[in-house]
Write a protein that binds this ligand. Structure first.
Ligand SMILES: Nc1nc2c(c(=O)[nH]1)N[C@H]1C(S)=C(S)[C@@H](COP(=O)(O)OP(=O)(O)OC[C@H]3O[C@@H](n4cnc5c(=O)[nH]c(N)nc54)[C@H](O)[C@@H]3O)O[C@H]1N2
Ligand SMILES: Nc1nc2c(c(=O)[nH]1)N[C@H]1C(S)=C(S)[C@@H](COP(=O)(O)OP(=O)(O)OC[C@H]3O[C@@H](n4cnc5c(=O)[nH]c(N)nc54)[C@H](O)[C@@H]3O)O[C@H]1N2
Ligand code: SF4
Ligand SMILES: [Mo]
Length: 908
């Protein structure tokens, strides 16, 4: 067995952690004839990477488990038929040509993703804007970062995150607003936690309608009413002014303070009015304002609770206004900080992936259009912004756009009003999808499916939240016929007749062109662009291979042109990239969400993320242990609302908006505000029959950025009147035709299905036999037991190879613990006791059941934790770690460990 080590970057969030991967070739025969020889990858955090210094979170540490052939799209397909690359590319070229000739370039659109590498993104944008000649190219960053982009551009003249990660540690006051950092940027959270442990005077304020895991380290939590952040930050600006805390010196580097203050005073003149508008206790608001007023080293980090709003751009500017007013920008430990979501959302913004940008942070101005046209040697460059995501798909629905190429995103799940996206794609003349996974809710609509390389195969660069560019390196050969996204795009470009402009042989060829463009005519006629990486515009292949992580700006001619620019923090020199060189205050008029609650839809539906899943689960669900923490789509509801709407904890509920409905498991919790619901965004139709929340989300967008208001949709909730509940564990995948509620939970040695239905089942055993048919073999033993009085039914299929599947059905939700049954699947033979216990529906006496997984790194369950805490009298998270290891690897479960510890000590 040979092995080698390679450094690369995590595939998931915008923290951009460095990874050390060790690849060993094994002699295990490969499972698929198309797949490459078997290998084993192990990952660990790269101690030298400045984003994580060796840390990783649970998702990052499970990456190797996802680098498997299972589920992969292995070959190109046209109309569902497997084909070769020539035919697939030929089909795309021919159809694009025909549609362009007949309907013009605007009839073709690309929908890209912050999960593409910079090199992929650059060529996709170049092809569409530069050569097809349409700017109908947008990206899922529209749903994610576009409000932050607008806020940056309005305030700083350019889309620049001024600070760096060190600032989060150096601050004396850290405000996390609309960010569940503990779950969504876990390694930054670990860094912040460590900073607070070593410097307890670091104060942390969390602003979120929910009491999230992030509150575990908070000194103050403001559970404000959804959508009211601009009142809060306007109130803060008014307060800073009345307290004489405005930095008058710094104001000379800015413009527009008076107008911004006037707006702020109009909407939130004082603490009382602010508290009222935000529905937060006045004392808490005062505490926050006083801390802000008195702390020079303040960082305000924000994420989707701010961006995903019909006023997201204004909310971003209301935060930035407070930092400009106090001069807290460009200094160590003092900055507004937009936390980027996807691994390469920043890279996408650099190459101009959004419909309203040109490449390299240029815009659709006559000068920039001319500059980019000359650089690309094209005379067909698009000259005006194109359609933003929600409008773009509306144009597909209206058949104005006749062909769309979707790359590395799953819009049928992630766009608002997602049933309309389905309708748009099913009626669209020509849909091309590039993905690494074969079966997704979006690939289902593809006329042409193109297999892309996944993490571990692809090669290029990504930019993280702090403007740091790192290499993602190819670790192993591609699976099947998968190709790099840039290669696929380049082939289509060549077919369309643009070969000269797409003559790339490698990712490095593209990177150096991108770097050259960033420095091209930069700093001429007093026009400077911060995004400049021309220092790297002549890298050789081997230099590119060895490229160490670096932050931009990195201009070639730093000493001559921009002596004051440092790359870790911008704006320390008080120069901004606006026409006047001054930062701009933006007057913000506070407004709540676009759609109001009403008697039909009285609840505010909030959506977001969970700890162990990434977006539409196509990759994280492959790492089985990540499915154990939150196995089913759920809806969080306040205990008073649960009573009001007749919902039992653990039962099922139907959530409905004006756009669609779903079924979810009820989680009753006082961490959610009264009047609000929270549902995770992750479940798809591949994993659930009715768990896709995107179908409910209102397609309301911010007028400046076009970003959807995914955090607020008026909705209602009611009990789902199930007449039966059940679950199945099976070695083989099964289907349950006609069953209304089905959730698939891939486990280590089996698939688990959670089931329920409103229509009664007449004969349990007939139905069950039909479901379990595929699991049966010739030597099948069928065990079953029906308790007619209690309306319970249990069955199991056992063969000479052990337990194949088992099913538990009941009229109530009183089903047995799943974790104990899971253990039986890895046994070669079942003992008589095991068989009896399956039929009895409870573990053999004395068996400990682990319960729901809390620590996914070490597979430690809730029951195990509670029992051990009680038995051993544990009183701290550290003691739990010593005893059970839980929380000692990635640390993402620490907030939950503390909650369990507190609950046990309360209840004894
Ligand atoms: N585990 C995991 N991590 C991820 C991802 C993932 O899918 N899974 N995705 C990555 C991506 S692309 C992104 S964009 C980031 C997102 O990272 P976050 O923005 O941190 O995640 P969300 O859960 O979408 O939303 C954050 C919080 O905003 C709160 N919120 C809702 N409405 C309001 C409001 O009106 N005001 C305020 N102040 N808060 C509000 C929600 O209650 C929620 O707790 O996560 C990245 N990291
Ligand atoms: N309700 C609600 N909706 C939301 C949000 C929310 O908070 N609430 N958040 C929004 C945000 S912030 C985001 S970022 C989006 C994310 O939403 P999406 O982008 O739709 O979600 P992903 O699951 O990340 O989709 C990525 C797809 O690309 C594939 N893929 C992975 N790597 C590659 C690759 O290298 N090449 C190619 N070609 N394909 C690849 C994956 O298999 C997957 O199918 O969701 C948005 N939608
Ligand atoms: S925090 Fe986790 S998901 Fe994000 S980059 Fe680091 S390891 Fe990957
Ligand atoms: Mo995102």
């Amino acid at each position: 067995m040979s092995s080698y080590e390679r450094k690369t970057t995590c595939a998931y969030c915008g923290v951009g952690c460095g990874i050390k991967a060790v690849v060993s070739h094994t002699d295990i025969p490969s499972r698929n004839e198309d797949s490459t020889p078997s290998f084993q990858i192990t990952v660990s955090g790269d101690e030298d990477h400045p984003a994580n210094y060796g840390r990783l979170c649970g998702k990052g540490s499970a990456l190797a488990e996802t680098a498997i052939p299972e589920g992969r799209l292995l070959q190109p397909r046209v109309n569902g038929q497997v084909t070769d690359w020539n035919t697939a590319i030929g089909t795309v070229v021919e159809r694009f040509k025909a549609i362009k000739d007949e309907h013009g370039p605007e009839a073709i659109a690309f929908y890209l993703s912050g999960q593409l590498l910079t090199e992929d993104y650059y060529v996709a944008n170049k092809l569409m804007k530069g050569f097809i000649g349409s700017s109908n190219v947008d990206t899922n960053s529209r749903l994610c970062m576009s409000s932050a982009v607008s806020a940056h551009k309005r305030a700083f003249g350019e889309d620049v995150v001024p600070g760096c990660y060190d600032d989060l540690e150096q601050a004396d006051l850290l405000i996390l607003t609309g960010s569940n950092t503990a779950w969504c940027h876990p390694v930054l959270f670990q860094r912040i936690r460590a900073a607070k442990a070593s410097r307890p005077e670091l104060k942390i304020v969390v602003i979120d309608p929910r009491r999230t895991a992030t509150c575990d380290i908070a000194d103050l939590h403001l559970a404000l009413a959804p959508g009211t952040d601009s009142f809060l930050f306007n109130g803060l600006l008014s307060y800073l002014h009345t307290q004489g805390k405005i930095n008058q010196d710094f104001l000379s580097a800015t413009e527009g303070f008076d107008a911004a203050l006037a707006s702020a005073r109009q909407s939130a003149p004082d603490i009382r009015q602010t508290a009222l508008a935000c529905d937060v206790d006045e004392q808490l608001v005062k505490q926050f304002f006083d801390w802000f007023a008195d702390t020079d080293k303040t960082v305000t980090a924000f994420s989707q609770g701010i961006n995903q709003s019909s006023r997201g751009s204004d909310k971003g500017n209301s935060i930035i206004n407070c930092h400009l007013a106090t001069g807290r920008i460009g200094k160590p430990g003092a900055t507004p900080f937009s936390l980027t979501g996807q691994p390469n959302a920043m890279g996408g913004r650099e190459v101009g992936g959004l419909a309203n940008q040109l490449a390299a942070h240029m815009d659709f101005t006559p000068e920039d259009i001319d500059r980019v046209s000359r650089f690309w040697a094209t005379d067909t460059l698009a000259t005006a912004p194109g359609l933003k995501a929600v409008d773009l798909f509306r144009a597909v629905r209206e058949k104005k756009i006749k062909a769309i190429w979707i790359m590395a995103t799953n819009p049928v799940v992630s766009l608002p009003d997602a049933n309309q996206i389905k309708a748009a794609l099913s009626d669209c003349d020509f849909v091309v999808v590039s993905d690494c996974i074969a079966e997704t809710d979006t690939t289902a609509f593809a006329d042409v499916l193109l297999p892309s390389e996944g993490w571990s195969e692809k090669d290029g660069t990504v930019t993280n939240s702090e403007r740091r560019i790192s290499r993602q390196r190819r670790l192993v050969d591609s699976i099947g016929k998968a190709k790099p996204d840039w290669w696929i795009i380049t082939q289509v470009a060549r077919g369309l007749g643009f070969g000269d402009a797409f003559d790339y042989g490698s990712a490095r060829d593209i990177f150096v062109e991108h770097a050259r463009l960033s420095g091209f005519e930069n700093n001429v006629q007093h026009h400077r662009r911060a995004f400049d990486i021309s220092l790297y515009d002549a890298l050789s292949e081997s230099e590119y291979d060895d490229l160490a992580p670096f932050q931009w700006p990195a201009p070639r001619n730093n000493a001559v042109n921009k002596p004051e620019t440092t790359s870790d923090r911008l704006f320390g020199d008080q120069f901004f990239y606006t026409t006047s060189g001054k930062a701009q205050f933006v007057p913000v008029l506070s407004e709540g969400p676009h759609n109001s609650l009403n008697s039909e839809y009285p609840l505010a539906l909030n959506t977001g993320r969970i700890r162990d899943q990434w977006h539409t689960m196509t990759r994280t669900s492959l790492a089985r242990r990540l499915n154990e923490h939150k196995p089913e789509p759920f809806v969080e509801i306040h205990p008073d609302d649960a009573v009001k709407y007749g919902l039992e904890p653990g039962s099922l509920a139907t959530v409905t908006s004006a756009f669609g409905s779903m079924i979810a498991r009820v989680e009753v919790t006082d961490t959610t505000r009264q009047g609000s619901l929270f549902v995770p965004m992750h479940w798809t139709e591949q994993m659930s029959s009715a768990g896709r929340v995107g179908a409910l989300v209102n397609p309301v967008v911010d007028p400046v950025s076009g970003q959807p208001e995914s955090k607020f949709t008026p909705a209602r909730i009611q009990p789902y009147r199930a007449t039966w509940h059940g679950f199945v564990l099976s070695h083989k995948p099964l289907t349950f035709p006609g069953v209304e509620y089905v959730v698939k939970v891939p486990g280590t040695a089996f698939f688990r299905y959670e089931l329920a239905g409103a229509s009664p089942i007449a004969e349990w055993n007939t139905v069950t036999k039909r479901w379990l048919e595929p699991a049966a073999t010739t030597d099948t033993h069928w065990l079953d037991f029906e308790d007619t009085q209690a309306h319970r039914y249990r069955a199991a299929v056992v063969t000479s190879e052990g337990l194949q599947c088992c099913v538990f059905l009941s009229a109530k939700i009183d089903l047995p613990e799943r974790s104990w049954l899971a253990g039986l699947f890895t046994k070669e033979t079942l003992s008589d006791e095991d068989r009896r216990s399956i039929l009895a529906g409870r573990p053999p006496s004395g068996t400990q059941t682990a319960g729901r997984t809390i620590c996914s790194c070490f597979g430690v369950g809730e029951n195990t934790l509670k029992d051990t805490i009680r038995e051993k009298g544990l009183s701290s998270v550290e003691q739990i770690g010593d005893c059970l290891k839980a929380g000692t690897n990635c640390g993402s479960c620490v907030p939950e460990l503390r909650t369990i510890l507190n609950n046990v000590s309360k209840t004894g």
